[in-house]
Write a protein that binds this ligand. Structure first.
Ligand SMILES: C[S@@+](CC[C@H](N)C(=O)[O-])C[C@H]1O[C@@H](n2cnc3c(N)ncnc32)[C@H](O)[C@@H]1O
Length: 254
């Protein structure tokens, strides 16, 4: 039987990796590394760096899997169909690689950015492959430090207030403003500075880009004071590097 490990590797700082993850990395024969055009292959490079840094032998192989092309559309139905098609292609690609590159009895791994449970498709794709029944394997999951926790640590703030709830959402969902009844909100996957849609200038923002890397940028304050600055700094950084990853916590005043 093939074994697959899904290993959380932290969100950018190679030192934010657990002892358990390092032990599991050392037991892997084949690493499957998806390569995305959107980040210029930089996250794939960081994954390779993690292998070189922590694996104490050279008996492992890295198999790169170029992200299948994805059609973009302004039309919602067409966009949904394009995403479904892209997901299907990714399932087929990973299934083919698991079958052809991982021998029976071997151990394969996927290195999940941050923590594998948070806006990461790895577990969903593996479950879909298992459901198709063409390749058999058993898989386990090792947690990692998410970008959310990298963010709160760098801003030296808590995620929740005493006894309070926290919601984690996407930029797209923020376009209608902060959801009712939510006072502490983490926003990820936001290509569009969606905090612009919040009309309360007293909401606090704790913003972080490229957390844990040498390009890290942190800004915090009232939206009324810092929203414009974040938009400007984000645009400049994106222009300079060609891509950006940012996360933020929004907090309504007490
Ligand atoms: C596909 S999700 C993956 C999240 C990841 N599983 C985690 O636990 O952080 C990608 C989003 O995570 C956030 N992110 C990941 N790494 C980051 C970093 N180093 N700095 C800031 N945001 C990051 C961004 O919001 C980005 O759009």
């Amino acid at each position: 039987v093939r074994t697959v490990r899904v290993i959380g590797i932290g969100a950018g700082d190679p030192e934010q990796i657990t002892v358990q993850a390092i032990r599991e990395l050392n037991a892997v024969d084949v690493f499957f590394v998806p390569v995305k055009r959107s980040d210029d292959g930089e996250l794939a490079r960081l994954r390779r760096d993690i292998c070189e840094r922590y694996i104490e032998h050279d008996r492992y192989r890295i198999v790169e899997m170029p992200d299948p092309p994805r059609r973009r559309s302004q039309d919602t139905a067409a966009q949904r169909a394009a995403v479904a098609e892209w997901r299907e292609r990714r399932i087929e690609q990973w299934e083919r690689h698991l079958r052809d590159e991982l021998p029976d009895g071997g151990t394969g791994a996927f290195l999940a950015w941050g923590d594998p449970s948070l806006y990461d498709g790895t577990l969903t794709v593996l479950d879909a492959i298992l459901a198709r029944g063409n390749v058999e394997f058993a898989y386990t999951v090792v947690p990692g430090v998410s970008s959310v926790h990298a963010l709160t640590a760098r801003h030296r703030t808590t995620l929740n207030r005493v006894g309070g709830a926290v919601q984690i959402t996407t930029g797209r969902r923020l376009r209608d403003g902060m959801p009712d009844g939510v006072d502490d909100l983490v926003v990820m996957l936001d290509g569009d500075c969606s905090f612009r849609h919040i009309d309360d200038p007293d909401v606090e923002i704790f913003w972080g880009a490229y957390l844990g890397t040498e390009d890290e940028i942190l800004i915090a304050g009232r939206l009324g004071d810092v929203a414009g600055e974040i938009e400007r700094v984000r645009a400049e950084a994106r222009e300079r590097k060609g891509w950006i990853m940012d996360t933020y916590l929004l907090r309504r005043p007490a």
